[in-house]
Design a protein around this ligand. Structure first.
Ligand SMILES: [Zn+2]
Length: 193
């Protein structure tokens, strides 16, 4: 899919929002990708996740299981796993530590694809990489819908993004929107200040 087409989908579904946002990573940004607003539609979910599937199938990788960090990545994991015809599971935090719950497990002999909706600093994905490495499973790579890391993502595994965003993010202490006293919004909740 072309970037223009992807941006159009994000704009028409209201998933690309403008304002002053506190991202999960702790960074501030004038824009926010609420990927769930795109992924709620089966046709967009199918199209965007198909790009991840196509990329890794073209690479000739065999994939036994798809895993995502909860919560945003779950819809991506379900759709990618459905298209590949393999298991989809998710990792979640327990006492701050990313782990497998609900009886989910990985086998050391399995090839694992890690997926996420939006990557900003890659913190959650890195924790899932460590979790999978601890089990001893082979990591095929990471697939995400939007990559906001602007080339700063430092993972030892291949990363494929359906859309590479160049939108800015700021450290809170350097945020020009804070200096303008624009109210900070945590997406999905009410204003923080
Ligand atoms: Zn700010």
């Amino acid at each position: 899919m072309e970037n223009k087409e992807i941006l159009r989908i994000f704009e028409t579904t209201g998933a690309l929002q403008n304002g002053h946002f506190l991202l999960t990573s702790g960074l501030h940004s004038p824009s926010y990708f609420q990927c769930a607003l795109v992924l709620q539609y089966p046709e967009y979910r199918e199209q965007l996740c198909r790009e991840i599937v196509d990329f890794y199938q073209t690479e000739g990788e065999s994939i036994d299981v798809v895993i995502a960090p909860a919560v945003g990545g779950i819809m991506v994991a379900l759709e990618v796993g459905r298209q590949l015809g393999v298991r989809s599971i998710f990792a979640e935090r327990e006492n701050g530590k990313m782990c497998l719950r609900r009886g989910f497990s990985l086998d050391p002999g399995e090839s694992v694809l890690i997926v996420e909706d939006v990557i900003t600093t890659g913190g959650s994905v890195r924790e899932v990489v460590e979790l999978v490495e601890a089990v001893g499973s082979y990591i095929v790579g990471v697939g995400c819908i939007v990559n906001r890391s602007r080339g700063k993502l430092d993972l030892d595994v291949p990363v494929f993004a359906v859309y590479e965003s160049r939108l800015l993010t700021y450290q809170p202490e350097k945020c020009p929107l804070c200096k303008q006293r624009i109210p900070l919004v945590k997406p999905g909740s009410r204003g923080l200040q």
